[in-house]
Unconditional design. Structure first.
Length: 694
């Protein structure tokens, strides 16, 4: 894979939908630049903000690689024990064994924390190519360094590959070319030996054992004796461009060349070239990385169009959308049902079909860290950012609102039942604007539990509750009241959110202490010792059925007044570190993560799923995933049955009577991409399988 310099700051954001039953995931992928298909049918995508893992239609953003941030993932590799290795620019490498993470840096053996490429030799040693410091080789217990003093002609290595004899090939830049290590000695190859160029971006080994080198002037092939050059000129433009970024061998032995002007496939058996570019379906010419998955789909990382997949002759693109950032702080919905998402990189609007991003780049926001959102009774959206300025939006026009007296960042906003506008700040307390004028009041110091204001809530009696960094304050016609840890039953001083349940009790989420409940007289604490996965609770939501939902640093918690349920990534969450919760007007729950994007959770799907018994032996559906036509085989013991296909909302989209032994197919070509359920049912059997339509 051709190395891209970190000085180039371009951004590509794409929507990835993961259909883990009730969840749809929306992930901001900032500049994907490498793809790797492992032996377990997973597809891994390296980005500038972590790794995306794809499996059977489900996408997972691994948003916390051993607590390393930022997470510019440069390379991905699978070793012989199926461990996954990730090089993270400036932070070394991380090994993932499926359960735990192990980090290797300068502090414990690596010669540099800037790793371009990873490979494993025939003895199980891991090789790490660095930027300017040579090669680190790790045996599992000891480290060896190769550099200019003991064999290398350059300390900067862009690419590595292992040939069929176990030799390690290294690609560097002008004037060095290629270096080969046979376990004892080094051999060097340059243009004087037969290379078409000394600038090597990628290396591959074909089924005949020949070595291929991708350069900025074409491809070179070396069979151990002879060199052959392939360029656009001598292949009649079969090689679509001489400036190569990557080479990959597919499952059939064909070689794929990613260039700055498209992709070329070379069939070595028949010596046939096939070209792909904008003239036959591609949306983007420049391709950085290519790999083929276990279903023989060719995955490509493009320069500006994100991820594309070639299935036979059909192109599938994950088109760019505008989730502004993976850290989601809050949501709101306007009177026209537009969803607004506040993130650490700007504001996103989703109208159900299309996405719109508002940032400082289009001169809309004063700051890209959007901290709070609120919509008034007239449908005006108020946007608070990490500044002392509020932006308003009426659906057409943006305006700027300068609240007087405020000198610190805005953390929270609220409009009460009397149309009073409340603003919570980072360090100046609370500001309140009365309706119909410009009459502002400031609450700080005495009477306010703390001058950092995290949230507001109005109870059924019209009392305003204020969550602060040092407790809780209430405001009513009788004045201010303070509740804190020292003199009351509040479990922690730092209160993050407030909610009143259907019984009238008040709930307080805290940072580090768990949850406090107050019935007006008594306080009750809920913590990790009871039902919570973590004592850092960031937000509270009461849904339309009066269930309480709590976001924590370790998952999502639901309380239905009888029992507690904890959901984590194993249940479908995209990330366990939850920032915000919101219920939209369709009673679906939006979950905002810290560096994990957002998920849409549909609780109603349980109604469809719960009555179905899964069986893996009597019903087979294939291919899965499918482009539209799905075949089904049913065991003869089933007899007559009704076949039904449901979408993810539990709606029947196809139904017919069938007889087992007569296999058939289902045509989903007219359906949207996503998850579907195939169900066969009679008086004795009720069997369901999931299928994913690309």
């Amino acid at each position: 894979m051709r190395v891209k310099l970190l000085l180039v700051f371009t951004f590509c954001i794409i929507l990835l939908k993961g259909y883990s039953q009730q969840f749809t995931h929306y992930v901001d992928i900032v500049k994907p630049h490498s793809v790797f298909c492992d032996s377990k049918s997973n597809v891994w995508i390296a980005t500038e903000r972590g790794v995306v893992k794809y499996h059977n239609g489900n996408y997972e953003l691994i948003c916390d690689l051993d607590n390393i941030t930022p997470q510019y993932v440069q390379d991905i590799y699978e070793d012989s024990n199926n461990n996954m290795w990730f090089s993270i620019w400036n932070y070394g490498v991380i090994k993932f064994d499926g359960v735990s993470w192990t980090k290797y840096t300068l502090d414990n053996g690596l010669v540099s924390n800037q790793i371009f490429s990873i490979i494993q030799d025939n003895f199980g040693n891991m090789w790490f190519a660095t930027n300017g410091s040579g090669i680190s080789v790790f045996s599992g217990s000891s480290w060896t360094t190769f550099n200019l003093t003991n064999g290398l002609k350059s300390d900067t290595i862009y690419s590595m590959e292992k040939d069929n004899l176990g030799n390690i090939w290294l690609g560097s830049y002008i004037p060095v070319g290629v270096m080969k290590y046979d376990g004892v000695s080094w051999t060097y190859y340059t243009v004087s030996d037969g290379l078409v160029s000394n600038e090597i971006y990628d290396i591959a080994v074909d089924n005949y054992g020949s070595i291929w080198f991708g350069t900025n002037q074409g491809a070179s092939n070396f069979d151990g004796t002879n060199w052959t050059t392939y360029t656009s000129a001598n292949t009649n433009f079969g090689l679509i461009n001489n400036d190569l970024n990557c080479i990959d061998k597919d499952n059939f032995g064909n070689l794929w060349f990613g260039t700055v002007n498209g992709v070329s496939k070379y069939d070595l058996i028949d010596s046939v070239w096939t070209k792909y570019s904008t003239f036959n379906g591609m949306l983007e010419k420049k391709v950085w990385s290519i790999d083929m998955d276990s279903l023989s789909r060719v995955w490509m990382v493009t320069d500006t169009k994100g991820i594309c997949i070639l299935v036979d002759s059909t192109w599938i693109y994950y088109n760019p959308v505008y989730l502004a950032n993976n850290s989601v702080f809050t949501f709101t919905q306007d009177l026209n049902n537009n969803l607004f998402i506040a993130t650490g990189g700007g504001l996103t609007k989703f109208d159900g079909q299309s996405w719109t991003k508002y940032t400082t780049l289009n001169y809309i926001l004063p700051n890209n860290t959007v901290t709070s959102l609120v919509v008034n009774s007239a449908g005006i959206l108020y946007v608070g950012t990490a500044s002392d300025v509020i932006k308003t939006y009426n659906g057409t026009t943006w305006s700027t609102f300068y609240p007087p007296l405020i000198s610190s960042n805005i953390r929270s906003m609220f409009i009460d039942s009397n149309d009073r506008f409340w603003v919570g700040t980072q360090q100046d307390g609370v500001f309140r604007l009365m309706p119909g004028g410009n009459n502002w009041s400031n609450f700080s110091g005495i009477g306010l539990a703390g001058n950092m204001v995290n949230a507001f809530y109005e109870d059924i009696d019209g009392v305003i509750w204020i969550a602060c960094n040092n407790g809780v304050s209430t405001y009513s016609s009788s004045g201010m009241t303070v509740f804190n840890q020292a003199y009351d039953g509040l479990v922690s001083t730092f209160v993050t959110d407030i909610m009143q349940d259907s019984l009238g009790d008040m709930w307080f989420s805290t940072s580090g202490g768990g949850i406090s409940k107050f019935d007006g007289i008594n306080w009750i604490t809920y913590s990790k010792d009871d039902y919570l996965p973590n004592n850092t609770v960031t937000c509270i939501l009461k849904d339309y059925k009066n269930n309480l939902w709590f976001g924590t640093d370790s998952g999502l918690v639901k309380y239905d007044y009888n029992s507690w349920t904890v959901m984590t990534t194993s249940d479908g969450l995209n990330c366990n570190n939850i920032n915000s919760l919101f219920e939209d007007n369709q009673h679906k729950i939006w979950i905002g993560y810290w560096n994990g994007g957002a998920s849409l959770y549909d609780p109603s799907i349980n109604t469809f799923i719960e009555h179905i018994n899964l069986n893996d032996n009597l019903l087979f559906v294939y291919p899965n995933p499918s482009l539209g036509v799905v075949n089904f085989d049913v065991s003869e013991e089933i007899g007559e049955f009704v076949l039904s296909v449901y979408n993810i909302q539990g709606q029947v989209i196809l139904e017919k009577k069938c007889l087992s032994g007569n296999n058939g197919n289902i045509n989903l070509k007219s359906c949207q991409s996503g998850l579907y359920y195939v169900n066969i049912k009679n008086s004795k059997y009720n069997i369901t399988k999931k299928i994913f339509k690309e």
